[in-house]
Design a protein around this ligand. Structure first.
Ligand code: 3EB
Length: 345
């Protein structure tokens, strides 16, 4: 019963799940473009994951803990670094790879859409693989997922690639998840590669999914947004003694409608009000919200909006809030910005 689990798609589910509290994952942004900056990070044995953004970050590395994402940062090259407590080991199985210290796992799957039919097929395969991996893993609880895909807004109506991604995700998650979803982000890259990238944070203990009183739960969006509603929670509180909250991609959506078309400043304002409301729902005191312990990623659709976005962020946030601005496309074409992050690092 207590043998370590080794992943294979045919391993029956027997996770060593627990309700024990875990130490908080430590997460930070680091700059530095050269390969030797990455090597220096990966030489640190407590590093669970490094995500490198944009053209000046290395495109690949032999270490399974590294993932390159094609979103271009505004300004200096950027890495996001996750640090764990125990000894980190890595493994690969097919198109899936992961690193874990026993409490947390960083997992990645990258799928060539053409080999899986299309974006729907790739998403279904990715999520089916994730469900199978979780079932066989000592870290069976997925807290947080990031999804990056090319040309997210291409296609009209229900043929839009984001909506088709949602359909594939819904197919792949069934029946593993029913109205109990992880926090998530889904953002468009513009690299023309048509490779679905998905990475996740899983844990030995379950977190607590949170919804936002200002927003309709995404999985209950009405039909007008697509045939399959997006399967994610607005946030996930980690199973840690200190409040640590993984904030899903959040935009200027109130109820289920997009607000403030063509006004990036007002969209940022509404988005930060949404995040504030979410942190209130997580019982984070007003004085503890945002600031130095809250890492935010701000995805900006149009370069012309960057200056206005920066100004509005500066007006609304404590000056010491770590921000990473990335150029990317948001899943509804009228949305100009989206923000995700982690409160309590
Ligand atoms: C929204 O609130 C904006 O499909 O996984 C945000 C976070 C959004 C995650 C996803 C989509 C996703 O609906 C879009």
């Amino acid at each position: 019963m207590t043998q370590p689990q080794i992943f294979s798609p045919s391993t029956p589910a027997r996770p060593l799940a627990t309700t024990a509290a875990l130490a908080s994952l430590r997460v930070c942004y680091a700059s530095g473009s050269a390969a030797n900056a990455l090597d220096a990070l990966l030489a640190q044995t407590d590093v669970l994951a490094v995500v490198g953004f944009g053209d000046s970050a290395p495109a690949t590395h032999g270490d399974a803990r590294y993932l390159h994402v094609a979103l271009q940062p505004v300004g200096a090259a950027a890495f996001e670094v996750w640090r764990a407590q125990g000894t980190v080991t890595t493994a690969r199985a097919g198109e899936l790879r992961w690193a874990s210290d026993g409490d947390y796992a960083f997992g990645v799957i990258e799928l060539d859409e053409a080999r899986h039919g299309d974006i729907d097929g790739a998403a279904a395969t990715a999520y089916r693989s994730l469900v199978a991996w979780l079932a066989a893993s000592p870290t069976p609880h997925v807290l947080r997922i990031w999804n990056y895909l090319d040309a997210i807004n291409l296609g009209n109506g229900d043929a839009e690639r984001y909506r088709r991604f949602c359909s594939g995700r819904a197919a792949g998650l069934t029946p593993g998840f029913v109205d109990a979803y992880p926090a998530a982000t889904a953002i468009g890259v513009r690299d023309g590669r048509r490779v679905l990238q998905m990475y996740w944070l899983a844990a030995r203990s379950a977190g607590t999914a949170l919804e936002n009183p200002r927003q309709v739960s995404a999985w209950r969006y009405p039909r007008e947004y697509g045939p399959h509603a997006p399967n994610f929670a607005r946030a996930m509180r980690a199973p840690t003694p200190m409040a640590q909250v993984y904030i899903s991609g959040t935009a200027a959506i109130v109820g289920h409608r997009s607000h403030h078309r063509e006004d990036v400043g007002a969209q940022i304002d509404e988005t930060l009000t949404n995040i504030d409301s979410l942190l209130a729902a997580a019982h984070i005191e007003p004085g503890a919200r945002f600031g130095a312990n809250c890492l935010l990623k701000v995805y900006v659709r149009r370069d012309a909006d960057i200056a206005a976005a920066r100004a509005q962020l500066a007006a609304r946030l404590p000056a010491d809030t770590p921000l990473l601005l990335l150029r990317g496309d948001i899943c509804r074409s009228e949305l100009l910005i989206e923000i995700d992050g982690i409160q309590g690092v």
